[in-house]
Design a protein around this ligand. Sequence first.
Ligand SMILES: *Cc1c(COP(=O)(O)O)cnc(C)c1O
Length: 394
Amino acid sequence: MSLHSIPSVLTPTSFPWWYHKKDLLLKIAKREGTPLHVYDRKTIQDLSTMVKSTLKSVDRFHYAMKANNNPTILKLIRSQGIGFDTVSIGEIYNLFQNIDDIKANEILFTPNFVSRNDLEKAFQLGVNVTLDNKYMLEHWGSSLKNQKVWLRIDTDNPQGHHEFVQTAGKDSKFGIPIPEFKESLKLAREAGLKIVGLHAHVGSGVDKEKTWAKTLQTLSDLAELNPDIRTIDLGGGLKVKEDPIEGKEFDLRLVEKALHDTKKKMNPNIKVVMEPGRIFVASSGIMIGRVNQLKSKLDHHYVGIDVSMSHFLRPALYKATHQIVNLSKLESNHNSKSIVVGNVCETGDILNKSAMLPENTEEGDYLLMAATGAYGKSMSSRYNLLQRAKEIFI
Ligand SMILES: *Cc1c(COP(=O)(O)O)cnc(C)c1O
């Protein structure tokens, strides 16, 4: 089996840094124990550079820190001139705690069904707030007076790799639907606040390259209704391949081309912002688990490891498929179809239901799961009272 499809330069999957660091990774796994997250610093930097240098039509990037809030990662990304996108007051406090010289204007706050109390705290801290429901304009006027905010619009173009990550359209709880936009502007005027930006985030793991240009077009048409609007935020959701055999390549250059064509027809005074999470970190991280037991039951061959849905939830939550290889036997033929599972008491605790592993995979081998740098540790729990996975940087 070839471990990687031939990488095209501009995809995050073309950074299989771990493939050449097998010996180091095995040494770390033995020393630190498993389950374990390992991140590659250089890849984090390379990914930020790649995204910024490819998407030249974007004036400013904010990293959606819910993807991974490890302080070392936050600092590395910020050192590339990238701001942050937050979704809770806890994330905002976390930034002020972990980054000494952070300024409020580096932080976007894009909450959903937030409490009035937390919204007021965000205004006090001075971060850039996006409102995603006209309820706040109607009922919380005294908290909003004299503020400058962005509005999150539901562009009615849901996208993404699973229904749970589609954040637009009639079945999603996010955003102000376009038919309510004019009324929202009127409510904002009455409440004495200014709408200075428009925002939309339509989903995660989006592989249709024209999606962001389409959002830009929709929002720039709406912006014509209000001369105060100076920023359009296209959200995040850029696709990262978690398994080389999965689907088509996602080409960032096509995202840029579509954005460029749309932007040149737009009001030149409007700045374009994006707030991806996943693409900045996913392929910089891997997880290592140790094989506990093997089992052949009827037609199924199970390989049980000490990484579980408590440590890495994406396969159970979204049916995401992450490539898994046997790090201890990396050179062996990976030709035996295996169901890799964790040791949590849930039928859904499956990490990969069609992993290809060497036939002689055995107890004590270390398996590596790829592209776990985003929504790994940050989504983990201690369900079944398992220990959390450690995080190591190389
Ligand atoms: C989660 C989220 C993002 C980032 O999504 P990715 O798929 O990680 O790029 C951006 N904006 C908002 C509002 C989000 O909730």
